[in-house]
Design a binder for this molecule. Sequence first.
Ligand SMILES: CC(C)(COP(=O)(O)OP(=O)(O)OC[C@H]1O[C@@H](n2cnc3c(N)ncnc32)[C@H](O)[C@@H]1OP(=O)(O)O)[C@@H](O)C(=O)NCCC(=O)NCCS
Length: 170
Amino acid sequence: MRIRAETVADYNEVFQVNVKAFGDREDEAQLVENIRSSQGFIPELSIVAEKDNEIVGHLLLSKAVVQDGEKLYDVIALAPLAVLPNVQKQGIGKALIQEGLERCRTLGYELVFLIGHPEYYPRFGFQPAGLHGLELKQFAVPENVFMVCELKEGVLQRIKGELKYPETFF
Ligand SMILES: CC(C)(COP(=O)(O)OP(=O)(O)OC[C@H]1O[C@@H](n2cnc3c(N)ncnc32)[C@H](O)[C@@H]1OP(=O)(O)O)[C@@H](O)C(=O)NCCC(=O)NCCS
């Protein structure tokens, strides 16, 4: 298996991977398309897993901000993550997340947020964001699915406020 950045030639295949992973619905695939054409898109953070020349998984990380009064902090939002149903539970999601977090760290980002399965993401260092004084008001979700991963030690003590997803997410 090879983990690499997505290229323009992959767009159609990535669309299909997202459709299939999310039970034959297009919402997440469309979200990927919308983020790609937005200011929050960072090409090297759209990552694919390739097996036998076929794309079997995709992860997108893009820009968001945390607002604390007048202060704005640049952070990353992880969404979506998709692995083809016939190859799930083989470590492809794990490989994509690990590579994604490493790339974010290299680019200098300190926090990665997501809304996701509370049993899956803690193994990669994600914790409930609410425990650290971070808020989410744009989506009404249970507390334990709004998570954050600290890429640099101590950052969660310094940064508080409300996570704001860009317009593209709505
Ligand atoms: C979630 C997903 C990306 C995981 O990818 P994957 O390649 O199967 O994951 P990995 O092989 O790295 O990890 C497998 C582990 O994740 C767990 N897992 C998979 N889906 C899960 C879910 N929905 N909730 C909780 N745990 C889940 C498996 O039980 C397995 O646990 P184990 O290692 O303790 O046995 C994949 O199942 C998927 O595409 N699901 C549909 C789309 C989706 O829900 N995306 C995430 C939105 S938050």
